[in-house]
Design a protein around this ligand. Structure first.
Ligand SMILES: N[C@@H](CCC[C@H](N)C(=O)O)C(=O)O
Length: 269
């Protein structure tokens, strides 16, 4: 069976998008997602996104990391979905319902409410999630938050001096994080600007992580380091993040369609 896909990206964080909302396609599985995401033998992407019909919202968005694991949230892909859908929509994800709307240069997304309890991250045992009494070599005293998916955030003077390719996988797979974790290193530039690099759970270093930007912004706000609206600069570019008085995280930034193509399902199944 020949399957059509759209290749998209948000700040260089790239996606294969499959639309099952109106076309019957075979069900996605972790091994097929992993094979398609492989940059050497497949099409190649950081995340594979599947859109499906759903009763509780306008449609459902499923997210598979390049290691094949299905996860709850993806901020950059949410903006790409807004562009693909072309109209405001409420979208069911495994991390909750998000609301997205396309803009002239990308999309705006209401990512929902952050959760800070240690059971929400989740952590293996109770601790203060704003100032965690733990460390891995040069990375110490992080914060953790769940913004649909789990993040740990380290504030450092120089994000480029952190060997995130070495410490990222150690922290991602530490037993403190029973569902593994996305690892963020951030520097405060001023009260309205943050620099950020992310080691993504199930992927590795990416050009940008939308949920990482949301997670970093809200814990920086909670620590009193920045104002309630900031620009987060990632290797792939900038995102605007606001944490409203109504406890919603609003993200705005670009999204781009790269190309459309098709593949033979049996080649990857
Ligand atoms: N690229 C993403 C996050 C994708 C999921 C993440 N790797 C996880 O495992 O939770 C984003 O833009 O938010």
């Amino acid at each position: 069976m020949r399957i059509s896909f759209t290749k998209m990206h948000g700040l260089g964080n790239d996606f294969i998008m499959l639309d099952r909302r109106e076309t019957a396609l075979p069900a996605m599985t972790p091994p097929v997602a992993k094979a398609l995401a492989d940059r050497t033998t497949g099409i190649g992407c950081d995340q594979l996104i599947v859109l499906e019909p759903c009763d509780s919202a306008d449609f459902r968005m499923r997210i598979f990391n390049s290691d094949g694991g299905e996860v709850e949230a993806c901020g950059n892909a949410a903006r790409a979905v807004a562009l693909l859908h072309g109209a405001p929509a409420r979208v069911q994800t495994d991390g909750g319902v998000i609301a997205l709307e396309p803009t002239t240069d990308g999309a705006r997304v209401d990512m929902g409410e952050p959760r800070f309890d240690w059971t929400d991250i989740p952590l293996a045992y109770a601790m203060d999630t704003l100032a965690m009494p733990v460390g891995w070599e040069m990375l110490e005293n992080p914060s953790a938050v769940n913004v649909g998916n789990p993040h740990v955030i380290f504030f450092v003077d120089d994000i480029d001096a952190v060997p995130l390719d070495i410490l990222g996988p150690q922290i991602e797979n530490d037993p403190l994080f029973p569902e593994r974790i996305n690892v963020n290193v951030a520097s405060i530039v001023n009260r309205e600007a943050i620099r950020l690099r992310v080691w993504e759970r199930g992927v590795g270093l990416t050009r940008a992580c939308g949920t990482g930007a949301c997670a970093t912004a809200v814990v920086a706000m909670k620590r009193g380091l920045v104002d309630r609206k900031v620009t987060v600069t990632l290797p792939g570019g900038d995102l605007s993040i606001e944490w409203t008085e109504a406890d919603r995280i609003l993200m705005a930034g670009p999204a781009t369609e790269s190309f459309r193509g098709s593949f033979e399902w049996d080649q990857f199944a």
